[in-house]
Design a binder for this molecule. Sequence first.
Ligand code: NZQ
Ligand code: ZN
Length: 392
Amino acid sequence: MDNFSFYSPTEFVFGKDTENDCGRYVIKHGGKRVLLHFGGGSAVKSGLLGRVKKSLEDCGIFYTELGGVKPNPRDSKVYEGIELCKKENLDFILSVGGGSVIDSAKAIAAGVCYDGDFWDFYCGKAAIKAALPVATILTIAAAGSEGSGDSVITKEDGMEKRGAGSDLLRPRFSILNPELTFTLPPYQTACGATDIMAHVFERYFTNTKEVEITDRLCEAVLMTMVKETPRVIADPENYEARANIMWAGTVAHTNIVGVGRSQDWNSHGIEHELSGMYDVAHGAGLAVIMPAWMEFVYKHDVMRFAQMAVRVFGCQMNFENPEATALEGIKRFRRFLHDIGMPINFKELGAREEDIPTLARNMGIKDKTWGFVRLSEEDVRAIYTIAAKAEL
Ligand code: NZQ
Ligand code: ZN
C-alpha cells in the first residue's frame, strides 16, 4: 500500500427530511450571507427549494438566489455567480442539485477569492489558494461532488470541459435525503449509477499490489450498485434502494476507496471530451467509454479483470483461461449498462465516428499520459473506435 493522506472534512447529514434543517447547518458552518445556487427547475418543481428557503428564513439567514445551472455547467454562470457574490458580499454558497450545480458552486467559491480569471484553475494556469465555503443539498446520486474536492466546468467558447481540484472545495456539509431522488427520470438514475461505478473502477484498476482493503471496499460499492440500480429503475420510490445508492455514490468519490493505491482516470478524461462536444450526460458517455477502455487495457493485468468478473459480476473463474473470465466480466458490465437503459456505442449516445481524431486530439495527450495503462493519442483513438462500434 502506498503512503497517503486522506482529508474528508465534510459533515454528511443523511436521511428523511434532513433538508428542512439546512439553515441550522449553514449557521453551524459559519454562513451569514448565502448564495442559493440551483439548476434548471427540478428543485423548484418538487418544492425542495421552497423548503430550503423556509429553513434559511426561519434561521434569519440572508440569501440571494442564482438558478439556471445547466448539466455540464458553463463558465458563463460561474462568472455571473462570482459577480453576484462580490456585489452582495456573500460569504457562503449553498448548492441545491446534482454534480453540475455543486461544481458550479465550487467554481464560484474559488473565483470569488481570486483576482484573475477563474478559468485559470481549470486550464492549469493557477492553483486554488482560497475559496468561500460550499455546502450541498444533493438531488441525484452520481458525480460524488458532494464529498469531493473536484469541480468540472465547460467553457462555452469551444465547449472545452475541464476539471480543477483542491481540498478547499470539499463541501462543509452535504445533506443527503434519498427521498429527494425519487423524482429522477430513469435515464438520469442510470446515468448516475454508471458514474458511481466508473468512479470505483477508475480506482479499482491499479498497479499497486496488495491493497486488499480498498479492493474489497470497491467491490462492495460495485456489488451494491449492481443489486440496487435495477430495483430503483423498476421502483423509483424504493427508499432503501435509493438510500444505498446515494451513500454508495458518496463513498465512491470521497476517495476512501482509492487511498494508498495508484488510480487511472483515463476513462473520465476520454469521456469529458464526449460530454463537452455533444453536451450528453457524463454517465451516458462513461457507459460507452468505460467497457471500451477495459477491452483495450485488460491484457495489462488479466487476473485483476478476472477478479472483478468473479467478485462483482458473479462469473465462474476459468482457471485454464483467465482471459476468458476477464472478457466475460467486461461483457456482463456492458450488458448491465444496456439493461439499465444506457447507450453502449456512439450511435446510441449521439456521437459521430468521424469526430474521433478531433476528440482524441482535444484530450491533449502530448506524450503518454498517466494511469493503470499509459495511453498515447493513438491509444485514445483506438478506445474511441472500440466504443463507437460496440455491440452486446
Ligand atoms: O437542473 P435540474 O432541473 O435540477 O435537472 C437536473 C439535470 O437535468 C436533473 N435532476 C437532478 N436532480 C433531480 C433531477 N431531476 C429530477 N429530480 C431530481 N431529484 O438531472 C440532470 C442532471 O443533473 P447533473 O447535476 O448534471 O448530474 P450529475 O450529478 O451527474 O452531474 C454531472 C456533472 O458532474 C461532473 C460531470 O462531468 C458533469 O458535468 N462530475 C463532477 C465530479 C466531481 N465534481 O467530483 C466528478 C464526476 O466524475 C463528474 O465528472
Ligand atoms: Zn464521473
